[in-house]
Write a protein that binds this ligand. Structure first.
Ligand code: ADP
Ligand code: MG
Length: 309
C-alpha cells in the first residue's frame, strides 16, 4: 500500500533520510519505531505530500507522491505530531471545517461528524470547545479529523506521545477498530513498544534508514527471523566483534562489557556455522545463547539506545 524506495532528504548538513526503503502491506498496521531524530516525521511528511524529497520515490496506493500529490491526498489521512488548535471552535465545528475542506457535502456532514465522534469515543464532547479537551481527547479528535474523507491509509505521527496509560489504551482500541474497517495504518513512535501489540509489522528506523523490518514476531521472537545472540568468550572480545560483523546473516554487533550482543538473521544451521567459525578462529567460547526479548528490548538492541539485560 505504501512503497518507499531509496528516499533521501537533507536539511543543510543533516541527512534526515538516507536511502530509506520501506514497504507497508495493504491492510496492515505498520509501526515505524525509532529514536528521536531518526527521520520518522520527515518520511511521513513526504508521504503526506507536505515535503519534497531530495531523491528517491514513494507511492501510496499506486500513486506517486511527486507526480500525483492530489491523488495521494485523497487516499491518506495524516495526523501530524502536533495538534493544530483553533481557539473558540467547538468539536463539531472543528470536524465540520475539515469535512468542508475535503468537499464532504453539507447534507452528509452532520451524520458523518456524529459517526466519527462515536468512533473516537467523543460523542459527549460534540458541543465542547476543542481547546478545553484533555490531551488524549485532542489526539482522538485529531484522529477523527483525518478520517473525514474515509481514506484508505492513515499516517499517524506519534499519536500516543504524551498520553497517560489509560488514554493510550483507548487510542489502541480505536486503531484496532480502524484495522477492522480495512484501513492501512502507518504509525510512528519512539516508544512503540507500548503499541507493539497492535502492530502487524514493524520497521526499526535509525539515522534515516530502516535497519530492521518485518512482522512483529519476526523482530521480537527468538528462533524465527532475526534473533538476538549473547556471546561470551574468555578474551579478545573486541577482536571477536570485528570478526563477526562482516559475516553472513549478522545484522549488528554490540559490545556490552565482556559479552557481545549480536542481532542475527538466519536459520539454526547458519547459527551453528557462526559458532563453529568462532571456535575455529581460536576463541574460547563460554556462552553462545539466544536471548528472548520483547519488542522494547528488540528496539533497544537494534537501535543501540539501551542496555539489554
Ligand atoms: P523523528 O521524527 O524520527 O524524530 P525527524 O524526521 O523529525 O525525526 O528528524 C530527522 C532529522 O532531520 C533530525 O536530525 C532533525 O533535526 C532534522 N530535521 C527535521 N526537520 C528539519 C527541518 N525542517 N530543518 C532542519 N532540520 C530538520
Ligand atoms: Mg518525529
Amino acid at each position: 500500500m505504501i512503497k518507499v524506495q531509496g528516499m533521501y532528504k537533507r536539511f543543510g548538513k543533516t541527512t534526515a533520510l538516507d536511502a530509506l526503503d520501506m514497504e507497508v502491506p495493504r491492510g496492515s498496521i505498520y509501526g515505524l519505531i525509532g529514536p528521536n531524530g531518526a527521520g520518522k516525521t520527515t518520511a511521513m511528511s513526504i508521504l503526506a505530500t507536505l515535503m519534497l524529497p531530495d531523491g528517491g520515490s514513494a507511492a501510496v496506493d499506486g500513486h506517486d507522491v511527486l507526480s500525483e500529490p492530489m491523488a495521494v491526498r485523497g487516499v491518506i489521512g495524516y495526523m501530524p505530531d502536533f495538534f493544530g488548535v483553533y481557539d473558540g471552535l467547538k468539536t463539531c465545528e472543528y470536524l465540520d471545517f475539515f469535512a468542508d475542506a475535503y468537499y464532504v457535502p453539507q447534507s452528509r456532514r452532520k451524520t458523518l461528524i456524529g459517526e466519527l465522534l462515536e468512533l473516537v469515543n467523543l460523542s459527549d464532547k460534540y458541543d465542547s470547545y476543542v481547546d478545553l479537551l484533555s490531551r488524549g481527547m485532542k489526539q482522538r479528535l485529531a484522529l477523527a479529523r483525518c478520517l473525514v474523507h474515509d481514506p484508505k491509509v492513515l499516517i499517524l505521527d506519534e499519536p500516543a506521545s504524551g498520553l497517560d496509560p489509560r488514554a493510550r489504551a483507548e487510542l489502541k482500541e480505536i486503531i484496532k477498530h480502524l484495522k477492522q474497517l480495512d484501513k492501512t495504518v502507518l504509525i510512528s513512535s519512539h516508544i512503540l513498544p507500548e503499541l507493539g501489540e497492535i502492530c502487524d509489522q514493524v520497521g526499526i528506523m535509525e539515522k534515516g534508514r530502516l535497519i530492521s523490518s518485518g512482522p512483529v514476531e519476526e523482530i521480537t521472537a527468538a528462533g524465527r527471523g532475526a534473533s538476538l545472540l549473547r556471546i561470551q568468550v574468555l578474551d579478545k572480545v573486541s577482536g571477536l566483534a570485528d570478526f563477526i560483523k562482516p559475516r553472513d546473516n549478522v545484522v549488528s554487533v554490540e559490545q556490552d562489557e565482556g559479552a557481545l550482543r549480536v542481532i542475527f538473521r538466519g536459520d539454526p544451521q547458519s547459527r551453528g556455522k557462526l559458532l563453529r567459525d568462532i571456535i575455529e578462529g581460536g576463541w574460547v567460547v563460554t556462552e553462545f545463547a539466544e536471548v528472548r526479548r520483547n519488542l522494547e528490548e528488540a528496539f533497544m538492541a537494534v537501535t543501540g539506545e539501551g542496555v539489554l539485560k
